[in-house]
Design a protein around this ligand. Structure first.
Ligand code: 3AM
Length: 131
């Protein structure tokens, strides 16, 4: 009896530790490469990029205009701007931009997520996918 209780407690302890990373990303909505982002990650990246755009500032040259040479069909009109969204889920404030970008327009409307990961050209982009 005592052994069963200890075994059960041990099981629940380890299952809670190992399940935690899965649970914390369970609300992700869009996948770029192998990274799935929450709505809150996207909002945070967009807000940072748009606030820099409004103040005319940049971090490591971001945000900058995205010309949409790929011809993606975004639901809002341009001109478009790109800002890094990081696979660490931290807000970008300079340094390596990684491969993933949030695209927004001059009104700060969300246009989409795109990524260099999976593009046939090194500098090219593909659209991220619904989770
Ligand atoms: O700012 P963007 O992403 O439009 O061309 C890419 C990038 O332009 C390339 O370097 C430019 C300036 O940062 N680049 C940067 N990170 C990259 C990555 N992870 C990348 N190209 C491919 N993969």
């Amino acid at each position: 009896m005592q052994f069963t209780k200890v075994a059960a407690a041990t099981f629940f302890f380890f299952s809670s530790i190992y399940a935690a990373p899965l649970q914390t990303r369970a609300s992700c909505i869009e996948t770029c490469g192998s990274t799935c982002y929450w709505q809150s990650d996207i909002d945070a990246a967009l807000n940072q990029g748009y606030s820099l755009l409004q103040s005319g500032e940049t971090d490591n040259n971001y945000p900058h205009q995205y010309r949409d040479d790929e011809g993606f069909d975004f639901p809002v009109s341009g001109p478009y701007y790109e800002y890094p969204i990081l696979s660490s889920y931290k807000v970008y404030t300079g340094g390596s931009p990684g491969a993933d970008r949030v695209i927004f327009n001059s009104d700060g409307d969300f246009a989409g997520l795109i990524t260099h990961t999976g593009s046939s050209n090194y500098d090219g982009f593909v659209q991220c996918n619904a989770a």
